[in-house]
Unconditional design. Structure first.
Length: 296
């Protein structure tokens, strides 16, 4: 299962208004939907194959937040990158290198940009509480169009997550809230999740579902205050938004104790975000990747 990792998506090219933009978005949706359908088909035949092919030596690449508790310490270290350009008018791409520490001990875990504790594991049901980084944000010097805008800071979220693991499709529910007082907002996420073995060394995962974002968060990152308004950038107050997430991920043990992880997400913006005068996209994307080495 993939964590509900939050890195504000970047746009895939300029979002022109009209039929060309709508057609491009529809084509992207069809490609991602086809990928998810193929994963669901593979997942329906996956259990027998995965049980018959236990990884030869080493540990399977299971996310710490969904693995069972262990009395010994599992520790991997490495490096990763968050590719998270902003969907703002004229904003440049942002690439954020991050150290990666993956830890599992008893019911505690850390994985990439989040860490926490598993409070529930009963049959196919599991639950976690966690803290994670929120890379959303903007600066006035991100583009000439944003000159005069007050900076919107990155933050951190506390979350509660409940996951029902099933084949071919399971479900995940997340509740997130800002803990640094930057945006004072919340998010509620409901996703259908499916997956398939990636040979004997890892697995593929896909998820789809709605994301509700509170008015405070939308207004902080996408609103325009009266003091920031210009003739080309009118004042705008953000309201709560229903966005739509599509996510594809893969993790694999590539050689010896080395493992690789990739998470690609698409987030279709709701109208309260799309209508913002500082946003020129209807959807965005994010990419997180990492390479780690198992120390124990």
């Amino acid at each position: 299962m993939m964590a509900a990792t939050r890195a504000r998506p970047f746009a895939a090219g300029a979002g022109s208004i009209g039929s060309q933009k709508d057609g491009r978005v529809m084509r992207n949706d069809k490609v991602l939907f086809l990928g998810i359908v193929l994963l669901m088909i593979a997942a329906s035949a996956g259990p027998a194959r995965s049980q018959a092919q236990a990884p030869p030596g080493g540990k399977p690449a299971t996310p710490p937040s969904f693995a069972p508790g262990t009395d010994h310490l599992d520790l991997s270290v490495g490096a990763g990158v968050v590719f998270s350009p902003r969907p703002y008018v004229g904003a440049s791409d942002e690439v954020i290198p991050i150290p990666v520490i993956i830890v599992r001990y008893k019911w505690l875990f850390a994985e990439g940009i989040r860490g926490g504790a598993q409070f529930l594991r009963q049959g196919k049901l599991s639950g976690n509480v966690y803290l994670q980084a929120n890379f959303e944000g903007l600066k006035a010097d991100d583009s000439p169009f944003l000159a005069g805008i007050e900076n919107r800071s990155k933050s951190a979220d506390a979350g509660v997550e409940v996951v029902y693991r099933a084949r071919p499709v399971g479900f995940r529910v997340n509740v997130l809230t800002d803990v640094l007082g930057r945006n004072s907002g919340q998010e509620y996420i409901v996703q259908a999740v499916t997956g398939a073995p990636l040979g004997s060394r890892g697995f593929l995962l896909a998820s789809i579902g709605p994301r509700w974002i509170s008015a405070n968060r939308v207004d902080y990152y996408y609103g325009v205050r009266e003091s920031e308004a210009t003739p080309d950038r009118p004042a705008y107050t953000g309201t709560s938004s229903w966005n739509w997430d599509l996510t594809l991920g893969a993790t694999a043990r590539i050689a010896g104790k080395w493992s690789a992880f990739v998470l690609f997400s698409r987030e279709a913006f709701g109208q309260p975000i799309e209508r913002s005068p500082i946003v020129d996209r209807t959807a965005g994307y994010s990419l997180i990747s990492s390479l780690t080495y198992a120390l124990r």
